[in-house]
Design a protein around this ligand. Sequence first.
Ligand SMILES: Nc1ncnc2c1ncn2[C@@H]1O[C@H](COP(=O)(O)OP(=O)(O)OP(=O)(O)O)[C@@H](O)[C@H]1O
Ligand SMILES: [Mg+2]
Length: 110
Amino acid sequence: MTDPILSVNDLHVSFPSEAGVVDAVRGVSFDLYPGRTLGIVGESGSGKSVTSLAIIGLLADSAKVTGSVTFDGTELLGLSDQQMTRHRGNDIAMIFQDPLSSLTPRVLGG
Ligand SMILES: Nc1ncnc2c1ncn2[C@@H]1O[C@H](COP(=O)(O)OP(=O)(O)OP(=O)(O)O)[C@@H](O)[C@H]1O
Ligand SMILES: [Mg+2]
């Protein structure tokens, strides 16, 4: 069987705040297989963006991230920014909310 290209295991993300710790992601796990599409659905504030930002290593340093994120067998959590830069844009990319401002109209228009 094909190995997953991306594996997220027991991902937890919390943010310190004046009102206490915000547990934004509590134990998310999923596998993404090559050539497949995975949609993550949930109500606003349920942690979709924070999960994605944790995978790609773009959360603020104050965020506490635990668990495991492997891409093609390599553990991504704990990589330095410099190491992560090698993966970002080459292996993993993010299209942020409001795709009209992220993608050029020429590409969208086909
Ligand atoms: N930098 C931050 N500091 C503190 N709390 C944060 C931070 N970023 C996100 N959160 C909190 O984490 C939780 C998850 O937010 P997230 O943005 O991942 O939700 P979402 O599922 O992407 O929502 P939406 O559908 O509105 O995009 C929310 O309670 C949010 O307030
Ligand atoms: Mg979001």
